[in-house]
Structures are given as C-alpha cells and as structure tokens.
Design a protein around this ligand. Structure first.
Ligand code: ADP
Length: 289
C-alpha cells in the first residue's frame, strides 16, 4: 500500500516568507487501486506527484510503499516528452530496464515494447520520428513508455489534457486496459471531474492551497466507463448538486483534518455509484454546505 503523509511542503517565496503548498495531506492507495486526485489550480497536485515520485524530497512528512520509499515508479506528464531524434520504438526502449543486461533481455524488452505499441495502435509507426505523429499518437507513445517496465506505481499528471474528446476517451480506454493487465497502483492528477469519475476506483478532492484531502469518494460504477456516458454524467451532476463548491476546493481554511472512515455524506452507500467518506473531522454535511 502507498501511504502519503505530507505534514508540510513549502516553497521559498520572493518576500522571504515561505509559500505553503501542501499541509496536513494524508492519502493512501491500495495495491492495484486507481486513485484520481482532483483540485483547483495551484492547490499542489503536481507538487504531490513530484514528492511521491521522488523528484522533490524537501518536505516534512513521509511517503512509503509497503514500508519503503517507492522505487518502482512510472511517470506520465502533460507533455509527452519524447526524444525527437529517436524513433517511436527507441523512445519506449529508452526507459526499459535490463535493456543492456544480456542479448536475451534486450530482445524480450524489444518484443514487449512492440507489443505495447501495437496495443496502442502504433504498430505502423514503430520506426517513425515523433515529429511525424499527431498529439494523440505522441501521448500513446508516452503511455506505452509508462508501462514498459510494468511499474508497481504509476504517477500521471494530467496526461490527456488538451486532447479532443474522442482521442482522450480512446487514451483512457487504453490506460485502463494496460492498468488492468499489469495491476499497477495509479495516482492520477486531473482537474477534470468527469475524467476522474470515468477512471477511478476512488477520487480524492484537494482543498485550495495549501492542499489537503477534503473529500474521498469511492466510485462503484462498472467498467468500461465513458466520461461522456449518462452514468458518469448523473454521478457528476449529483455530486456537484450536493457539493457545489467541490471543484473550488471546499472549505479551504479548515484545520485539524482527520479521516472519519466511511461516514456517509448524504450519499447512499450503493446504487448511485459513489460512496463518500468525509475527511474533515466534523459533521459531514455541515462541513461542506
Ligand atoms: P497544481 O498542480 O495543483 O496546479 P502546483 O503543485 O503546480 O499546483 O503548485 C502549487 C503551488 O506551489 C503554486 O502556488 C505554485 O506557484 C507553487 N510552486 C510550484 N512549484 C514551485 C517552485 N518550484 N517554486 C516555487 N513555488 C512553486
């Protein structure tokens, strides 16, 4: 299980006073679970991923996966970050582990990369330069690269942002297929609530800065899901009707947050596709109305 405890994460500010980006943030991800993190711009979502991915180690707090800092991690960013001078296949092989260990290992990695790229419908462009590809195809290469090592933990920072709807939907389908095949735990940051509801086992909402988890929803809709489906839309509308400030970070000034377990937040436990756990340490309805 991934356990994240960030007591405080500050950045230096120009005036000498630190900017507190995250404070009192507690979040767990079970093995193989798909968790989306949703929150307003600037609440610290990317900061959170950078910390969990080991790119930023300056914080008060601790991140562990089964007791140790997570090492077996894949990352996918907003930009595909492909090497323009390498072919599509070589871009995926670039991050492959064991690539040079032996000829047999290298051949196996190559076969795996080709199989992944074919699963991403990129079998015809294995030898192409990235510049030849559309934006959606570049993201598919980046998705294949994220899975090449079958990581225990996959961190995704708005990976499908600014794609057209059909392209983003197809990428989400591919992501879910690969996730179900490899069983990684996923922490996926997005500002798009429909996307989160279409993908996640759980959606964790962050407050406005300094970010912390204010609402933790288990989404029980059957898969496959479509972000534009009536089922996702019903859930989306019901959620925003109940918590109109949800996407703005709810009660951003609150302190002393404790996780209340499965306390109902006015939502039925089953049937609507969502269970809500309040994390505000007080009467759930009062906390958010
Ligand atoms: P989000 O991803 O939710 O939009 P970020 O994690 O990017 O938010 O940023 C959270 C806050 O921390 C923002 O106010 C941002 O300006 C600030 N911040 C992020 N990175 C740095 C940095 N390297 N130095 C100083 N401030 C930063």
């Amino acid at each position: 299980m991934l356990e994240i405890r960030i007591d405080r994460k500050c950045y230096p500010d120009r005036g000498g006073r630190p900017h507190v980006a995250l404070s009192g943030l507690n979040l767990t991800v079970q093995r193989g679970e798909f968790v989306c993190v949703v929150g307003p711009s600037g609440c610290g979502k990317s900061t959170l991923l950078n910390i969990v991915g080991g790119l930023d180690r300056e914080l008060d707090g601790q991140v562990t996966m089964d007791g140790a800092f997570p090492e077996d991690v894949g990352f996918m960013f907003q930009e595909p970050r492909l090497m323009p001078w390498m072919s599509v296949l070589d871009n995926v092989l670039l991050v492959a582990r064991e690539g040079g260990a032996s000829e047999g290992d290298a051949a196996r990695q190559r076969e795996r990369a080709i199989a992944l790229l074919r699963a991403m419908e990129l079998g015809d462009v294995l030898d192409a330069w990235p510049a030849r590809l559309s934006g959606g195809m570049m993201r598919r290469v980046a998705l294949a690269r994220a899975f090449i090592n079958e990581p225990e933990l996959l961190l995704m920072d708005e990976p499908f942002v600014s794609l057209d709807t059909p392209t983003a939907n197809r990428l989400r389908e591919m992501l879910v297929e690969q996730w179900q095949r490899c069983g990684a735990s996923v922490l996926f940051v997005t500002h798009d609530l429909r996307e989160a509801l279409a993908l996640a086992d759980r959606v964790c909402f962050l407050s406005a800065a300094p970010g912390r988890v204010v609402l933790d929803l288990a989404v029980d809709l059957p898969r496959p899901r479509d972000a534009a489906s009536p089922a996702v839309d019903r859930l989306y509308q019901a959620l925003l009707a109940r918590h109109p400030e949800l996407l703005g970070g709810l009660a951003s000034g609150e302190r002393g947050i404790e996780r209340n377990g499965a306390a109902a937040c006015g939502a039925p436990a089953t049937g609507s596709g969502v269970r809500v756990s309040d994390t505000m340490g007080r009467t759930p309805r009062g906390a958010i109305e």
